[in-house]
Ligand binder design. Structure first.
Ligand code: NAP
Length: 537
């Protein structure tokens, strides 16, 4: 579009039509604002649109992984299983979009290529890869934390002659691996969920593991009618508890150090969490599980014992037992038969710590020790998390500063919502907010509500611009780091730390202060007329 043509003018461009973008559109419409959602995918759903690999489920229970903003929606939607499958979550998202009439506000199959702030008009010019240019007062990034997938950093990724797949971009029509020799690289959440499913089809399945991860059985099952109606009767109380909790998943507060109780008492408590299939229950069973290595070791050893108990071949059990990071400091997983899968004769584990991955070849995978031939390869190798998607858009704020330049040494934000020098730009569940360390639904709703209130505040006072101050941003960055350093998280090479992407700065990119505490801080900022921001007419 040439500069002389009039651009569509809206109050806000929302980037992404996942759970965050849809709710943001709904809230802005309620406010009477005009908004356009730009979505790269062919339909709504975000993460749940792309991640369709077999076995994909959410690790937060169905009854908690849902919007809380509409009591009517809560009552009319009925989840079927303890943990929701990807297809069921996608059905839910579609139901929400239809119920609240959101589809007409979304442009699909379109990427935002750039967003440039004009200091004279105090508005953003947003350009898409389809050649459209939109004039907006606000840009709201609802781009998700794990949306830019990555393949392994070894030569030859494009050389393999057979088909390759990434769990984060799974073909919509599904894939049948029946009778195939299949190689899978990666044992994070996506690998751990999909590997048992792949083993049901492949004639030979070889799993390449660089880091053994902690997983525990999800204990998934159909929901009882009585549990559903009990939750529906008590949703308001439950939502309040979610909002005030540490991780957006209410669990009883720990009262003791893991080191001040007997081994017997400890293991009974871990066993109870294990039986419930509740990750948060184990990770927060004691006050110091995430802050003290010795305390953490007690939980880690409990899981390693379970692995040894489940996996018949002691050498394989040893290789599957995580020992390179404290439990929880890389995202732990819920599984359905993961460790049991390695008891099948046609399933093989390759420990890349002993025999590193060298390259992908025409026929398969080469390690330092051996060549493996496959019919297909699956990359379950994760994402350039938290910042990758934002850095891929050419975002320029005041004085033409590029966001990716500003974030050269790691992301800097105020509250994970705003970025100094990038006025009127908001990041839903952005870096340095609780985001990935929480039930995303709780954090998404909190951010969307905060942003909507902020936009309403500006409108009422006829203010054109809100920008975080550098001082407030510096203070928040320091606080996030300080709280992070109090925990074991920075000791691990995890995607939380950016360590899964070569060359990415090593910075802890989430706020571990807890969603309840964080919400209070955000509310205080708003109550003090947006303390830490400069506002102008
Ligand atoms: P991930 O946790 O980053 O796991 C990627 C795996 O690939 C890791 O085992 C990693 O090893 C391996 N890998 C990456 N690059 C490699 C290389 N060059 N050579 C060898 N191995 C390599 O990614 P993910 O499993 O897709 O999960 C990402 C996040 O998405 C999760 O942590 C979770 O937050 C979310 N998720 C949630 C669910 C759920 O709720 N159920 C399901 C799926 C994903 P290293 O560990 O050594 O780097």
């Amino acid at each position: 579009m040439s500069d002389s043509q009039p651009k569509p003018r809206v109050d806000a461009v929302i980037v992404g039509a996942g759970l965050a973008g849809l709710y943001q559109l709904h809230r802005l419409r309620e406010l009477g604002s005009t908004a356009r959602v730009i979505e790269a995918g062919g339909d709504i759903g975000g993460t749940w649109y792309w991640n369709r690999y077999p076995g994909a489920r959410c690790d937060v229970e169905s009854l908690s992984y849902s919007y809380s903003f509409s009591p009517e929606l809560e009552q009319e939607w009925t989840w079927t299983e303890k943990y929701p499958t990807q297809p069921e979550i996608l059905r839910y998202i579609n139901h929400v979009a239809d119920r609240f009439g959101l589809r007409d506000g979304i442009t699909f199959n379109t990427r935002v290529a750039s967003a440039v702030y004009d200091e004279a008009t105090k508005r953003w010019r947003v350009d898409t890869d389809t050649g459209e240019s939109i004039d907006a007062q606000f840009v709201i990034m609802a781009t998700g934390c794990l949306s830019m997938s990555k393949t392994p950093e070894v030569p030859g990724v494009d050389r393999f002659e057979g088909p390759t797949y990434h769990t984060g971009h799974w073909p919509h029509e599904g894939v049948d691996f029946t009778g195939q020799r299949l190689g899978v690289i990666g044992t994070g959440s996506s690998g751990i969920q999909s590997i048992p499913k792949f083993a049901e089809q492949a004639s030979e399945l070889t799993v390449f593991q660089r880091t053994a991860n902690f997983a525990m059985p999800a204990g998934n099952r159909p929901l009882e009618d009585s549990e559903i109606s009990e939750m529906k009767d008590n949703y308001r109380e439950w939502r309040k508890a979610q909002k005030e909790s540490g991780f957006g998943v209410p669990v009883p507060e720990a009262t003791h150090s893991a080191l001040e109780v007997s081994e017997q008492e400890r293991n009974a408590k871990y066993q109870a969490g294990w039986d419930k299939g509740n990750l948060v229950a184990i990770m927060t069973a004691y006050t110091d599980t995430l802050t003290d290595k010795a305390a953490n070791d007690t939980a880690a050893e409990f899981v390693r014992f379970k692995i040894r108990e489940t996996v018949q071949d002691p050498e394989v059990a040893e290789a599957l037992s995580p020992d390179s990071h404290p439990m929880g400091t890389k995202r732990p997983c819920l599984d359905s038969g993961y460790y049991e899968t390695f008891n099948s004769e046609h399933v093989h584990l390759v420990d890349l710590r002993k025999t590193p991955l060298v390259e992908i070849t025409e026929k398969g995978v080469r390690t330092s020790e051996q060549d493996y031939e496959f019919d297909s390869i699956v990359f379950a190798t994760g994402f350039d998390a938290m910042t990758g998607t934002l850095a891929a858009i050419d975002i320029r704020g005041k004085d033409g500063v590029e966001l990716k330049e500003k974030w050269n040494e790691g992301p800097r934000t105020y509250l994970g919502i705003a970025i100094a020098g990038f006025p009127n730009l908001f990041t839903i569940t952005g870096p340095s907010s609780p985001s990935v360390l929480s039930n995303m639904m709780v954090s998404i709703e909190q951010h969307v509500d905060w942003i909507t209130d902020c936009i309403s505040y500006l409108r009422q006072r006829q203010l054109a611009e809100i920008d975080a101050t550098v001082e407030a941003e510096d203070g928040w960055v320091a606080h996030v780091e300080e709280v992070g350093n109090y925990t074991l998280y920075p000791t691990a090479d995890s995607w939380y730390m950016g360590s899964n992407v070569p060359g990415k700065p090593r910075v802890f990119m989430a706020y571990i202060g807890g969603v309840g505490v964080y919400r209070q801080k955000c509310d205080e900022v708003a109550a003090k007329d947006y303390e830490g921001f400069s506002l102008s007419a």
